[in-house]
Write a protein that binds this ligand. Structure first.
Ligand SMILES: *Cc1c(COP(=O)(O)O)cnc(C)c1O
Length: 373
């Protein structure tokens, strides 16, 4: 696909690729009768919710604003979890949610008395203390984690009003990590599972990745359901939009300091912050490892942050101003995390339908100004 006519920088989400992910997720639902929710914190491009809503059961929200977006634009169930709720947050969530999960017994006890009328389903997030990944910043089971109730803090006598348990411990992982985690959940919390109506396995399941073992996932879900008589819920964010969109940027200038450095009209810290936070190296169409192709160049952002560097890549031809760079897999954890730092032109947001690009949002000076007062 040639994006030469598209203004840059621009996030472009391909409907067909999203559709293909959704079909995979729908197959898991069909084979297990589990519920699958879109985790809005990973992908919340709401013009696409009508498509996603045809396949998934609803959304999971981290805040009243996400819950409201789900209620307004998605049309299915709205579930919420946050590390803690303020009184105002909880009051608003009560008007929006089908299910609310608490991160402590103290919050559960404090807020359950404020529920008048029909209660949403109430759940508790547990911490099975089973780390299956190396990225401490994304590991809710890391030592001293605040996310989820550990077994020693779990008050099995105070479950009246609780209909389910929730755990979220994975990040970009295959089913083997889920299997290990389920064993830990059963070992620590198994005695409470038969009295639950549902168990939420959280997100971090890379279900739509080519090597993901979907068959094994279905086996695990079906076995868990049969053993405990519970509804199983999954809430992936990344898997919904995995490989479904790109970020297109243009080269503005090439400077030289020991090596060629291309300055782009995007910014790593502003527009793809996970590249610095995780960190990871994004894949770029037509580019190789440094030294692999004839021309090696460092790709860097427009901001004043010295570390605003995406990485070193090589190309067949030397880059020149005006050339476009296509960063792959930029749909999830990008648009939801971007900032207006440095007041840099914010990427437009577009939908690709076949050969057509429909720019659904462009940002202007007022958007920047309105965030500051
Ligand atoms: C982040 C998060 C998710 C989604 O995780 P992905 O890695 O995007 O699948 C789901 N549930 C909770 C509680 C989360 O914090």
């Amino acid at each position: 696909m040639n994006f030469q006519d598209t203004p840059t920088p621009c996030f472009i989400v391909d409907e067909a690729k999203l559709f293909s992910n959704l079909e995979t997720l729908a197959s898991v639902k069909a084979r297990t009768d589990c519920k699958i929710l879109l985790a809005l914190k990973g992908f919340a491009m709401w013009p696409l919710f009508p498509i996603i809503g045809k396949f998934l059961d609803g959304v999971c929200a981290s805040s009243p604003w996400e819950a409201r977006l789900g209620r307004e634009e998605f049309g299915g169930e709205v579930h919420a979890f946050a590390a803690a709720y303020s009184g105002d947050d909880f009051a608003e969530l009560l008007t929006l949610c089908d299910e609310i999960d608490f991160n402590s017994f103290a919050q559960f006890k404090k807020f359950r008395s404020r529920i008048a009328g029909v209660s949403p389903a109430l759940g508790l997030r547990i911490n099975p203390e089973c780390s299956t990944q190396d990225h401490a910043i994304y590991d809710p089971c890391a030592p001293k984690s605040r996310l989820g109730i550990t077994r020693d803090q779990f008050d099995g006598e105070s479950l009246d009003g609780i209909s389910g348990l929730h755990f979220h411990t994975l990040c970009e992982q295959n089913v083997d990590a889920l299997e290990t985690t389920l064993k830990a959940v059963e070992e620590k919390f198994g005695e409470f599972l038969p009295q639950m109506e549902w168990v939420n396995f959280g997100g971090g399941h890379h279900i739509t990745r080519a090597d993901y073992d979907v068959d094994r996932l279905c086996e695990l879900i079906n076995a868990f359901k049969a053993k405990y008589g519970v509804q199983v819920i999954l809430e992936p964010g990344e898997a919904v939009a995995l490989n479904a969109g790109v970020l297109i940027a243009s080269v503005l200038d090439i400077v030289h300091n020991e090596m060629d450095i291309a300055i782009l009209d995007t910014s790593c810290t502003c527009h793809m912050p996970d590249v610095l936070e995780m960190p990871y190296r994004p894949v770029i169409t037509g580019a190789g490892e440094p030294g692999e192709k004839a021309h090696t160049v460092r790709l860097a952002g427009l901001s004043c942050l010295a570390g605003d560097v995406i990485g070193d890549y090589s190309f067949d031809q030397p880059l020149k101003p005006g050339d476009q760079i296509e960063f792959l897999d930029m749909a999830h954890y990008t648009m939801v995390k971007t900032t207006f730092f440095n007041g840099i032109q914010h990427p437009a947001i577009a939908i690709q339908r076949g050969d057509e690009i429909d720019v659904v949002r462009e940002f202007n000076y007022q958007d920047y100004k309105n965030r500051l007062a």
